[in-house]
Write a protein that binds this ligand. Structure first.
Ligand SMILES: NC(=O)c1ccc[n+]([C@@H]2O[C@H](COP(=O)([O-])OP(=O)(O)OC[C@H]3O[C@@H](n4cnc5c(N)ncnc54)[C@H](O)[C@@H]3O)[C@@H](O)[C@H]2O)c1
Length: 298
């Protein structure tokens, strides 16, 4: 709805929404398409549905890969990876064959870092830099927790990096984050809270929400997808940055090459990004980043 309303790509940019479904979700998607059509969005010029990624991805400029099989009771992580690996390998091949050469791909379906890596490996004709794993929801959650603790509005929290994976092993970086322009540690003088409560709250928030609500977050996830797109098509405010799970080859931090890892990014607003160089590390942060990059490789 937000995409169709013009709030993301601007009031002068007509859009076509192509929805990729599975056989099981086709009817539900027809319902979604009806909702979109009946909303009479002036910028929405086309809504189409298919279960064939080669049809849906034809010439697309933005691909939001959300559909994935959730982990069911008793299912091993390896089993989930196997099923989702096949989905994202097929979608990567289809993007490689028919999407715009400039397509930006945001992988939401979990495990999103691994799925993004599988997808980009199957799309060798599209720059690996164009693939993102969504960690913006984690960034937003971290900003929210810091704002609540400091008693400020959340827009006062900046420079928030999520390092690593969209999972409980992620590293929310309170060393580089700022509140009202000051280092977090100068505003929240409670190292124990930062190292223990804050980290755990952000890492486990998704799971806690599922327990309470009975399903995974939907509203805040869609807001974070929109935030992630906006961050790539709007110049990043001076001195600030955003987090995204991106391809590590050539990274300046010493993180293992050839994986997808959430790192701090800046954009000129042209859809592209560069990694931020002026971040600082201490032993606590380095040790945690090393641990999560090790977990992603092995
Ligand atoms: N990265 C993040 O921050 C984040 C946040 C929330 C959810 N997620 C993940 O996003 C995914 C979707 O979450 P959800 O709550 O909407 O799950 P869901 O189970 O409600 O919906 C998944 C949908 O994908 C469809 N689907 C399955 N395989 C498909 C395929 N091959 N092609 C097209 N569609 C397919 C299913 O039919 C279903 O309708 C999950 O993997 C979830 O873990 C990630």
């Amino acid at each position: 709805m937000t995409l169709a309303s013009g709030e993301v790509f601007g009031p002068d940019q007509p859009i076509a929404l192509k929805l990729l479904g599975s056989e099981r979700s086709f009817q539900a998607l027809e319902g979604v398409a009806m909702e979109l059509e009946d909303s009479l969005f002036p910028l929405l010029r086309e809504v189409s549905i298919s279960i064939d990624p080669y049809e849906v991805f034809q010439d697309v400029e933005w691909a939001l890969l959300i559909g994935a099989k959730p982990r069911g009771p008793g299912m091993e992580r390896a089993g989930l990876l196997d099923i989702n690996g096949q989905i994202f390998a097929e979608q990567g091949k289809a993007l490689n064959a028919v999407a715009s050469r400039n397509v930006k791909v945001i992988v939401v379906g979990n495990p999103c870092n691994t799925n993004a890596l599988i997808c980009l490996k199957n799309a060798p004709n599209i720059p690996a830099k164009n693939f993102h794993a969504l960690t913006r929801l984690d960034e937003n959650r971290a900003k929210c927790q810091l704002a609540l603790k400091a008693g400020v509005f959340y827009d006062k929290v900046s420079n928030m990096t999520i390092w690593g994976n969209h999972s409980t092993t992620q590293v929310p970086d309170f060393l580089n984050a700022r509140i009202n322009g000051f280092p977090v540690k100068e505003v929240i003088r409670d190292q124990k809270w930062l190292e223990e409560e804050f980290m755990e709250k952000v890492q486990k928030r998704g799971g806690v929400l599922i327990k309470k609500w009975g399903r995974s977050s939907a509203a805040s996830t869609s807001v974070s997808i929109v935030d992630a797109i906006r961050s790539l098509i709007t110049p990043t405010p001076e001195g600030d940055w955003f987090s995204s799970g991106v391809y590590t080859t050539g990274n300046p931090y010493g993180i293992a090459e050839d994986i997808v890892f959430s790192m701090p990014c800046r954009s000129k607003g042209d859809g592209d990004y560069e990694l931020v160089k002026d971040v600082i590390f201490d032993d606590y942060l380095l040790e945690r980043i090393t641990r999560v990059s090790y977990l992603l490789i092995y």
